[in-house]
Design a protein around this ligand. Structure first.
Ligand code: PBG
Length: 351
């Protein structure tokens, strides 16, 4: 029996034997982007950007001691770890497909001084952490941070004199720090200080010390950002006086990021990085288009904290935000992403 509605009604109202509504207007629409979104199967085939654990770098905080972890209040889920715990956490992430970790030391106040001399100690915290990581997990890529701030009594990334951050004298300290970390076994050195000429100075020093195979991941355009707050809590590394605006970049600028990237290419960087990530997607894109080197982006502590905070309030879905933001950073042009979500994201992606 025919549905009553079709009796004598025009063909475009309701087709006989089905509830499908058709209209002449619809038949005149041959181009329908929604066809490629109809099912999970077609969506997966047309997806333009992949996010896999193999694109992630896990930043970790290391401290002295044994078998201990001190949670970081403003970074729920993250903690300062003793070296043994650091190895265990790295092993777990590596087992889930995360290829690399980046180390940040939490240094006791009495080991900090004006010249950040602690950074050069061959038996220092970072050097020992690198050694233990490389012997436990030889295939894990270990990246070390070069900047004076964790070891500086001034809390700045460079040498301070009369309130000024000195550029050229800082370069020698950074280069010596890089060599010390390479001696300890670091695979990649990541200068995060934003001094002029540091990539070239570090490259020259590494080569002279026989570390031609050690790479440089340069914090090429690191902005003077409010998103670093939780990280400075984690390391107690905030500047004791002033701010970082005479060396870190003005958030208003993007051409300057390209200029920095071209300089890093000339000075011998292996990877250029933009930091922070989510508020700087246009910068990632501009750098991606300006240079042929791989591009990294750092989803920093404040970006992580914001997602964790809204998730804890039940205001948004934290895992969904994690995947969406990381995918957006990849889409903007980042080949690799430093993120505190690395381990958790790998767990979610492996489900
Ligand atoms: C310092 C350094 C900072 C971060 C990485 N290295 C903070 C700063 O510049 O004050 C921030 C990372 C983050 O917020 O997650 N050289």
């Amino acid at each position: 029996m025919e549905p009553a509605a079709s009796k004598g009604a025009p063909a475009h109202a309701v087709a006989a034997g089905s509830m499908r509504v058709e209209s002449p207007a619809m038949r005149q629409l041959p181009i329908r982007p929604r066809r490629n979104r109809r099912s999970a199967a077609i969506r997966s085939l047309v997806r333009e950007t992949d996010l896999g654990p193999d694109r992630l770098i896990y930043p970790l905080f290391v401290m002295e001691g044994r078998d201990a972890a001190v949670p970081i209040d403003s970074m729920p889920g993250q903690a300062r770890l003793t070296i043994d715990r650091l190895v265990a956490e790295s092993r777990a992430a590596h087992g889930l497909g995360v290829p690399a970790v980046a180390l940040f030391p939490a240094v006791e106040d009495d080991l900090k001084d004006r010249t950040a001399s602690g950074a050069l100690d061959p038996d220092g915290l970072v050097q020992r952490a690198v050694g233990e990581l490389k012997s436990a997990l030889p295939e894990l890529l270990v990246i070390t941070d070069v900047a004076m701030d964790p070891y500086s009594s001034d809390g700045h990334d460079g040498l301070v004199e009369d309130g000024e951050i000195l550029n050229d004298p800082t370069l020698e300290i950074l280069a010596a720090t890089a060599v010390s970390q390479a001696d300890a076994g670091a695979d990649v050195i990541a200068p995060s200080d934003m001094m002029d000429g540091r990539v070239g100075a570090i490259r020259t020093a590494l080569d002279a010390a026989g570390h031609a195979q050690v790479g440089i991941l340069s914090y090429t355009s690191k902005y003077a950002s409010n998103f670093y707050g939780p990280f400075r809590d984690a390391l107690d590394s905030a500047p004791r006086a002033g701010d970082k605006k005479t060396y870190q970049m003005d958030p208003a600028n993007v051409r300057e990021a390209v200029r920095e990237a071209l300089l890093d290419v000339e000075e011998g960087a292996d990877v250029v990085m933009v930091k922070p990530a989510l508020a700087y997607l246009d910068v990632i894109r501009a750098v991606r288009e300006a240079v042929d080197l791989p591009v990294a982006a750092y989803q920093v502590s404040g970006e992580y904290a914001m997602i964790q905070a809204v998730a804890a309030n039940g205001w948004m879905d934290g895992d969904a935000l994690m995947l969406e933001t990381l995918t957006s950073i990849r889409r903007a042009g980042a080949d690799m992403i430093l993120t505190y979500f690395a381990r958790h994201c790998a767990e979610v992606l492996n489900r």
